[in-house]
Design a protein. Structure first.
Lengths: 339, 346, 265
């Protein structure tokens, strides 16, 4: 009776979600292709195919496989990671304008990288990547600790704590950088986030971390759903608030750390993507996370392609582009009172 | 809801007395700031020189080498502190500060655009560098205006206003980065240092310019500040007293932006002072208005002179920017504020 | 719904404090199963805290809450969520959440890691929505609902938990008269038709008198008295607990005691 009436409605909603996922996947493939073919030099899909599957050692193949492919893989992976982290952060803080940036994770990661480079003289990219992930993790623990120690995790407090923490980290970064002019230019570029000039080993390093974070996120999905309500309601449903939050924070750190370690701090991806995901598939976190992963991948890859052309022939840092887009999006959200 | 609950002054002295003490501290620190350097100049000698006397070498060192930097620090610190005071009173939010409304980042963008537009192929400026502060000021005012236009009616919510400011600031920062990368390394380094806040590159002309901008603005602001709503009235009650609140509020914001822009255009990004100084002033003198303004300004000057002095003492010969030092102190302080504020609000 | 033997709650010697302030002071209260118990008392007397302590949202300093003679501190959060449901005071959820998404939250305590959603859950959600009459609203965003509709949606969420015991913390404070009645009638029906134990905190003494089977007066963190409504609605008792003068008459419509308050000299 009631069940039968409910079932077809639910099923039809699932179907349209399926279509959405299919469309997103298709878009991702398209955008990936664009990433491989477009840029300072233009290549054809045929050349891409040849370079990947029948590498003849020619210059074209080397460029495609050695330069284009890494960034074409890192961009979507980092974007997906940041998108999912953004969903979790927004639910955790019950604040639709929160993101890994506003929790200071990106800034903490940058600080770790700068310290590692200049203070400890770390040169290898893998070493720097580890530093970034570590920085994100430590920042999240500290921010979480400070916010919790002050009597609970109210949404605005988390954001304010994070923003101030970020400014503190940036200030220290600036101190270090202005004393080391030689590395400034290189650092500046990385500090804004960039997918370019990355070895493919970064992708392989980042992939397992992203996978762990993803699995944790999906495991926590029902708890996230309940956490959208107030604390009392979630607690009376049986959600172990502190444990879930701690675990979620860890997952967020892993995902953000992985993204930052691959690409530097790419701003505002975790802010914009969750909103799009919610519009597409609704509030259930199993779907929010999945849609955010796909959308994040598409967004990051598109931004990466745009970065090649915005101040042609110089390559702009992709983080600066996402920051401008993200800032505009934030303003729109605020103006429309959507947050 | 008012965020500015009356905090009884822990210093149980009359505001006038406290202000006088702060003034004395300021004077001492001012003299010490000038006195400190490769050779220490005794405070009496510095005072002598400033009052018109003293022998030639002392005069040279004090007036040409030492005074500009310390004076700039004092003026910039005071101006930003005043701006912070105005902002905190008009938004009734003790967390408000110039840095948070996009003023500083707008100024940075203005400077970088100035450098990008007015450089020729050999990457040297084609116009006098004296125009740079104007570019900064224009950028700052444009940014804060944008914050206001976009926030519209939501500007009355302190927290939402902060968020609009953060968004505009983020956009400015990103654009600044892009333009910094368009230019050569030299530009990027210079811009970065300026962004962090440095008073060591000031000369006498710039100081005069600074004073020319800031003193009139300061006076107008002091007069306008008399109409600031008392700390514990809410918006509807204020309106009933006859204050045309929205217009007045915009005017105050404009003044605060001008003060900040005037300061950072010469001294770079030192925005945390605008947060700390008014708050400390309120702790010392409570809600007394005139004492509050004076003490804020003096404390701002003290903090910046102190920070600059600290850098010269501790970090020499590295020219660490003063703004970063204040940020390193200011950020934990802000966090402490945040935690304490939430505890009192339950 | 079959008549089920609802679980028995007993509060035993419960003491709860925030820092130095003692909110509940060695409180003992048996809660009859299958009945509506209403906690009433002046502001700040601890009635909401007591309700929340029953659902273990606060840990007591001493004493116990027993569920079928088992101390609830021995149960996990989810287990407790399957036995006792609580509608908190002023609950919140994202404005763009649909009614159905809200009601589905109630299934959380029943979900296992590997099998997150089953037809059983669908059935519970459907029954909950039907029982509260929010089925036609299922795809509406909760931000677009009226006060009464929203409250019914929240009750549906608690219903979806399928608990024997339902606690509601001041569920009608912010509602207009029509919706107050609608909500309390719904709660009363849940009790009468489905045999669920209901524990309510109510501000309005007359509403309490109308719907309660057992009325409990809480004052200063202690149980001042408890018992059937007729026995509790005495003017001297009410005067003492609420610090007002009270004249007791019989409500002509519902045949229940009703209190006319007046200021004491």
């Amino acid at each position: 009776m009631a069940i039968a009436a409910a079932a077809p409605r639910i099923r039809s909603m699932e179907l349209s979600r399926g279509t959405i996922y299919a469309v997103l996947a298709g878009l991702l493939a398209l955008v990936w292709l664009a990433s491989m073919t477009l840029g300072y030099r233009l290549y054809s899909p045929a050349q891409v195919w040849a370079a990947l599957f029948a590498n003849d050692g020619s210059e074209t193949a080397t460029v495609l496989a050695g330069l284009r492919l890494p960034r074409a893989l890192i961009a979507p992976l980092a974007g997906a990671a940041l998108g999912m982290a953004g969903v979790m952060v927004q639910t955790l803080s019950r604040n639709r304008i929160a993101s890994p940036d506003t929790l200071g994770l990106n800034a903490g990661a940058s600080l770790a990288v700068v310290v590692a480079t200049i203070v400890f003289g770390v040169q290898s990219l893998v070493g720097l990547s580890l530093a970034a992930a570590f920085g994100a993790l430590v920042t999240s623990i500290v921010v979480f600790g400070v916010a919790a120690g002050a009597g609970g995790l109210s949404p605005l407090k988390i954001v304010l704590v994070g923003v101030i923490f970020a400014s503190l980290a940036h200030a220290i970064v600036e101190i270090i950088l202005t004393s080391n002019e030689a590395q400034l230019q290189q650092m500046l570029f990385w500090l804004s986030g960039a997918f370019v000039d990355r070895p493919i080993s970064l992708f392989y390093n980042g992939l397992p971390v992203v996978l762990i974070g993803t699995v944790a996120g999906f495991a926590l999905a029902p708890a996230f759903d309940a956490l959208q309500a107030d604390d009392s309601t979630a607690a009376s449903l049986g959600v172990p608030l502190t444990a879930v939050r701690a675990l979620a924070f860890l997952a967020v750190s892993l995902l953000t750390g992985a993204a930052v370690s691959m690409a530097g701090p790419v701003a505002f991806v975790g802010l914009v993507v969750p909103h799009i995901a919610r519009r597409l598939v609704g509030l259930r976190h199993r779907h929010q996370l999945a849609a955010a992963a796909l959308t994040g991948a598409i967004y990051a890859t598109t931004a990466d392609v745009a970065a090649r052309f915005v101040i042609y022939p110089v390559e702009a840092p992709v983080g600066a582009i996402t920051a401008v887009v993200g800032a505009v999006a934030l303003l729109v959200l605020l103006m429309r009172r959507l947050a | 809801m008012t965020d500015m609950a009356a905090s009884p002054s822990p210093v149980h002295l009359r505001p006038g007395v406290v202000t006088a003490v702060v003034l004395a501290i300021f004077a001492l620190l001012f003299l010490a700031g000038i006195g400190f350097g490769s050779t220490w100049i005794p405070l009496e000698t510095v005072a002598q020189v400033l009052l018109g006397g003293g022998e030639k070498t002392s005069r040279l060192v004090v007036l040409q080498l030492r005074l500009p930097r310390v004076a700039a620090a004092a003026i910039a610190g005071g101006a930003i502190a005043f701006a912070g005071y105005l902002l905190q009173r008009i938004t009734r939010n003790e967390l408000a500060s110039p840095g948070v409304l996009g003023v500083v980042d707008g100024a940075a963008l203005g400077v970088v655009l100035f450098m990008a537009i007015f450089s020729n192929d050999t990457n040297s400026l084609v116009v006098s560098v004296a125009w740079q502060p104007l570019a900064a000021a224009l950028g700052a005012i444009a940014a804060v205006s944008l914050v206001f236009i976009l926030s519209g009616r939501q500007a009355s919510s302190a927290i939402r206003l902060l968020l609009f400011g953060i968004a505009v600031a983020a956009a400015c920062k990103a654009l600044t980065t892009i333009f910094m990368l368009v230019g050569p390394v030299y530009q990027a380094a210079q811009a970065a240092r300026w962004l962090a806040g440095a008073v060591n590159t000031i000369n006498a002309t710039e100081i005069q310019l600074m004073l020319a901008v800031l003193i009139p603005t300061g006076i107008v602001a002091a007069i306008a500040a008399r109409h600031l709503p008392p700390a514990d009235l809410d918006d509807t009650s204020s309106r009933s007293i006859g204050l045309n609140l929205p217009l007045y509020r915009v005017f105050i914001f404009f003044l605060a932006a001008l003060l900040t822009a005037g300061a950072v255009a010469f001294a770079g990004g030192v925005s945390f002072i605008g947060l700390m100084a008014p708050h400390l002033a309120r702790l010392l003198v409570g809600r007394a208005r005139l004492a509050g303004i004076l003490t804020s300004i003096l404390l701002g000057a003290i903090i910046l002179i102190g920070a600059d002095l600290l850098i010269r003492v501790a970090f020499a010969p590295l020219e660490v920017p003063a703004g970063t030092v204040t940020a390193v102190i200011g950020a934990p302080y802000f966090l402490y504020l945040l935690m304490r504020k939430d505890n009192t609000n339950g | 719904m079959d008549d089920m033997l609802a679980s028995r709650i007993e509060v035993k010697n419960l003491t709860l404090s925030y820092g130095q302030d003692v909110i509940l002071d060695a409180l003992s209260l048996p809660i009859p199963s299958g009945r509506i118990t209403v906690l009433a008392g002046p502001n700040g007397c601890g009635k909401s805290t007591l309700l929340r302590a029953i659902r273990r949202l606060h840990a007591p300093q001493s004493g116990q809450v027993l569920l079928d003679a088992l101390d609830i501190s021995r149960l996990t959060g989810k287990e407790l969520g399957r036995r006792i449901g609580l509608l908190a005071q002023s609950p919140t959820a994202p404005q763009d959440m649909s009614v159905e998404e809200l009601v589905r939250l109630g299934r959380y305590p029943h979900q296992a890691m590997l099998q997150p959603w089953s037809p059983r859950d669908d059935a519970a959600v459907a029954a909950a929505m039907a029982g509260t009459g929010v089925e036609p609203l299922r795809h509406r965003r909760i931000g677009s609902l009226s006060g009464g509709q929203l409250q019914r949606a929240w009750i549906a969420m608690v219903l979806a938990q399928e608990t024997d015991i339902i606690c509601l913390d001041e569920p009608v404070n912010h509602l207009d008269m029509a919706h107050q009645l609608e909500c309390l009638e719904l709660v009363s029906r849940l009790n009468k038709d489905q045999g669920r134990t209901i524990v309510l905190v109510l501000h309005d003494l007359n509403l309490a008198a109308r719907y309660a089977d057992q009325l409990v007066f809480v004052s200063g963190g202690k149980i001042r008295d408890s018992g059937p409504v007729e026995a509790m609605m005495r003017s001297e008792l009410i005067a003492e607990v609420f610090n007002i003068g009270a004249r007791i008459i019989t409500d002509p419509v519902h045949q229940r005691p009703m209190c006319i308050p007046f200021r004491r000299q």
